[in-house]
Design a protein around this ligand. Structure first.
Ligand code: EPZ
Length: 429
């Protein structure tokens, strides 16, 4: 087992370079199945476990995946010879279900076990299925475990999403790019990674228009060729370091970002009294006094991202006054509150609302990462707290943050990754 040990109370100062976007990578990697040639993907966070798992799954169905350098791979999916992906491959991450749309688009057939991933509350796939069926596929779920989809022909069609869903938008895009005729996705998700996927598909010869708006039009094409594509920077990793800079009264230049993707985060930090300076591909965040309170409601993009909610809660836990966090997307995304309260925070959760009474300081304590972004919140809290914080179950953090120890340490954090025998896990927090 491994844990992070952080001796906090040191302002983060210096520069950090953000990696490629995890959630763009997880949609783009399966999309390469649609190509009749080789796809070269750059600025990829290859070392995060979610990405390495998606590459392993591609190899599992016959694709060749070559590591070119630390952040570049080449995928040759011509040899993909199976449309079946079992639970032992999908149990690690939710995005495994993107293989359904990609295999359906490639073969007209997909048999993929339901995925695992962070528990944030019920994570249905009814909108994904609604999209596949609109394209003419028959979809059944065997024993509530295996999604079995097949279509003799995929025919373009209008699809209205009852819920703004990133996953459903991605999956329908993957199935529609080679359907016959026009597909129109209404009420589509507008996240930056949807635009990145659309740009990747178009660089392979697809015809996708309107990504980033709530109406995406896809005219099916016969063939898709190879391409070279660079993933966008990770808006959530960038936001995590922005909040960490503010929560530790630091001054950090976050490089390799697209400031427009960070607007909701920047505006909330400014509302709390932080300085946010924007450059072409970087933002500088600084704060030299106790933050003021503010309220957050998480919404689909361009609203405040739910994946930044736990991290922002740490800053609000240290703010002057009372803040309110309304989680508008997931029904169970406040589990980190219990861990922060062990560190002296004063957070009361009532359903989808967390009431955060700001305190002067957090104190180090043994905590755990309940999920990926809860883990990110623990990292920030450990850096901000006085004393020592030990974070267990850090495999969640390694799913989405590349070289996280090196990046925080380069900013002055006193952070170490410690191995300890599994039998100690019994005393885990
Ligand atoms: C993606 O999850 C992200 N994961 C999540 O990030 C993120 O929290 C979420 O989008 C919202 O932005 C990846 O991109 C791999 P949704 P996804 O479908 O696609 C409901 C992280 O930390 N819904 O947009 O699973 C659903 O229950 C992860 O990087 C249906 O009702 O999210 C939720 O309430 C955690 N039916 C809402 O829509 C469906 O068929 C949004 O879910 C699908 C979704």
């Amino acid at each position: 087992m491994e844990k992070f040990v952080i001796r906090g109370g040191r302002p983060l100062r210096g520069e950090v370079t953000v990696s490629g976007a995890k959630n763009a990578a997880l949609a783009i990697i399966p999309a390469a199945i649609l190509s009749q040639d080789i796809c070269r993907i750059e600025n990829l966070p290859v070392s995060i476990s979610d990405v390495s798992h998606m590459m392993k799954t591609l190899r599992h169905i016959g694709a060749q995946v070559r590591l070119i350098n630390a952040n570049t791979i080449e995928i040759d999916a011509r040899a993909v010879n199976s449309f079946v992906i079992s639970h032992d491959m999908t149990k690690f991450l939710r995005a495994s279900y993107y293989f359904i749309g990609a295999l359906l688009g490639r073969f007209g057939r997909a048999k993929v076990a339901m995925p695992g991933g962070c528990y944030l509350g019920p994570r249905p796939i009814d909108q994904h299925i609604k999209g596949f069926e609109a394209l003419g596929a028959d979809v059944s779920i065997e024993d509530n475990a295996i999604v079995d989809a097949h279509a003799d022909r995929l025919i373009g069609s209008p699809v209205y999403l009852d819920v703004v869903s990133v996953g459903a938008t991605v999956n329908i895009l993957l199935a529609a790019v080679k359907a016959e005729g026009m597909t129109v996705i209404e009420n589509a998700a507008k996240e930056p990674h949807i635009v990145d996927l659309a740009n990747f598909l178009n660089s392979m010869g697809a015809d996708v228009r309107g990504a980033g708006t709530d109406t995406i039009k896809i005219r099916g094409v016969e063939k898709m060729h190879g391409c070279t594509y660079s993933i966008i920077p990770d808006q959530i990793e960038a936001g995590t370091f922005m909040v960490a800079a503010a929560a530790t009264f630091g001054n950090v230049l976050i490089k390799n970002v697209i400031p427009k993707h960070l607007e909701s985060i920047s505006s909330k930090l400014v509302e709390c009294g932080a300085q946010v300076e924007e450059f072409d591909d970087a933002v500088r965040v600084s704060l030299d006094h106790r933050p003021g309170h503010c309220s957050i409601k998480t919404m689909p993009h361009p609203g405040f991202p739910t994946d930044m909610q736990p991290q922002m809660a740490v800053l609000l836990a240290l703010a002057q006054g009372t803040s309110y966090i309304n989680e508008g997307i997931w029904s169970n995304r406040f589990r980190y509150a219990e861990q922060l309260n062990r560190m002296g925070a004063n957070i009361k959760v009532e359903g989808q609302l967390a009431v955060v009474q700001g305190v002067e300081a957090l104190r180090g304590a043994p905590v755990k990462a309940d999920d990926l972004r809860a883990g990110a919140a623990m990292l920030i809290a450990g850096c901000a707290a006085t004393g020592t914080t030990e974070i267990e179950e850090i495999l969640h953090i390694d799913r989405g943050y590349e070289n996280v120890v090196e990046k925080f340490a380069a900013l002055g954090a006193d952070i170490r990754r410690i191995r300890f025998p599994d039998n100690d896990a019994a005393h885990a927090v």
